[in-house]
Unconditional design. Structure first.
Length: 403
């Protein structure tokens, strides 16, 4: 895997095929109690928490602008080879979601179609660790080996280093693991079994290397501290506040219908239950194993970065850079050259996470704190689809909402 700034900015994205299939998201968004309450934070608006999203539809002019933006980009996105896409936006004034195209089995997508969100799962795992730190149960600057016994922790990796992908621990997603996952798509894997495929750590390995091993280890940390399974902990502490059942932790939880079958390129064999299948989802666990629909994912991003999940201090910690483009479980777009990202996303303070390391889907979550705006995009797509279209779409949707 290449370094954080280069990799995620080089391959982030997917093509959108949105047209007129839109709907309004109007669930209530209850907020969980926070251990620390304050009226200031690092949000560029100057205040955390944000107000909860409105239950009503976005005002008609904004909804019309979103639809117009969708129509403008549909023809361009169609040339990228995507089978279908869902997208959603969440603001304090209301929410919107849309879908177009088909899933991997040729069934029409709807805005509520569930897909795998890959390493956007990092945002959930990071939030749970920070919540436990907020409650005094974890020291972010302590060695992970204080809590866990693993041969991968012999370099003294701290909790904070794992959160920021600066541990230097190699990624467990090796060729040998991929071969094992393809051999039995229905097998359920534990984190320990998946981590056993991690290559030997070398002292010359760069510390700021993206590695999903960091987040499988953090999932084990969560289980050790809470005394319950990862899925139970994050659903109880974080996801129950989303006001829906549309974010699930596989394979402890089965994605509820409607679900989008994955694109079946890349030698992928779906199992008809988990996304993209049980082997890949369970081996992903606390790193890449969550599935969601676009509306629920956008609500999660809004709540997380709007200070409705963590204290203002915890929210600020997530979005404070540790490397040039990454905080704690959070990609920070920054103000400089954006690589394959649309240039309009630079300089607006966008934060969030891409999700592209599992086959069958591509995903993107971006939040613009200045506008109190969250945008989520989920696509049924092969892994070789380019890195340009999704950021363009996100930028068009943001422009439509800001006009």
């Amino acid at each position: 895997m290449s370094r954080v700034g280069a990799l995620w900015l080089a391959v982030i994205g997917a093509a959108l095929l949105l047209t007129a299939c839109t709907t309004t998201i109007d669930h209530a968004i209850p907020t969980r109690a926070r251990a620390v309450v304050a009226d200031t934070g690092a949000d560029s608006t100057g205040v955390l928490p944000w107000p909860p999203p409105s239950r009503s539809a976005l005002p008609a002019p904004r909804a019309q602008a979103l639809q117009a933006a969708v129509q403008r980009i549909a023809a361009v996105a169609a040339s990228a080879g995507m089978r279908g896409v869902t997208a959603a936006v969440v603001t304090p004034e209301g929410s919107w979601a849309g879908a177009v195209g088909v899933d991997g089995d040729g069934a029409p997508l709807v805005p509520e179609s569930m897909m795998g969100i890959a390493e956007i799962t990092n945002t959930v795992t990071a939030a749970e660790v920070l919540l436990l730190a907020q409650d005094g149960r974890i020291d972010l600057d302590a060695a992970l080996s204080t809590y866990l016994d693993s041969p991968l922790l012999n370099r003294g990796t701290t909790v904070r280093q794992a959160l920021s992908h600066t541990s230097g621990i190699p990624d467990y997603a090796t060729h040998d693991l991929m071969t094992a996952l393809r051999a039995d798509p229905t097998r359920s894997w534990t984190a320990e079994q998946a981590l056993s495929y991690t290559p030997t750590i070398t002292r010359s390995a760069p510390l700021d290397t993206i590695s999903m091993s960091d987040y499988l280890l953090l999932g084990l940390l969560i289980e050790k501290i809470t005394g319950v399974g990862y899925a139970t902990a994050v659903q109880r502490d974080l996801l129950s506040g989303n006001g829906d059942d549309r974010i699930v932790v596989q394979d402890a939880q089965l994605p509820p219908p409607p679900v989008a079958a994955p694109n079946q390129a890349d030698d992928l064999v779906p199992d008809g239950h988990f996304l993209p299948n049980r082997a890949i989802a369970s081996a992903g666990g606390a790193a890449t194993g969550i599935a969601a629909d676009a509306g629920a994912l956008a609500r999660w991003g809004y709540r997380l970065y709007g200070g409705l999940v963590l204290s203002p201090e915890g929210t600020t910690a997530m979005r404070t850079p540790v490397t040039d483009r990454y905080g704690l479980g959070t990609l920070i777009v920054g103000d400089g050259p954006q690589g394959d990202l649309d240039y309009r996303l630079g300089g607006i303070g966008a934060i969030g996470h891409p999700g592209f390391v599992i086959p069958g889907y591509q995903a993107l979550l971006f939040v613009v704190p200045h506008d109190q705006l969250s945008v989520a995009v989920l696509a049924v797509a092969p892994s070789n689809v380019g890195a340009v279209e999704t950021p363009i779409i996100v930028a068009d949707l943001i422009d439509a909402l800001r006009s």
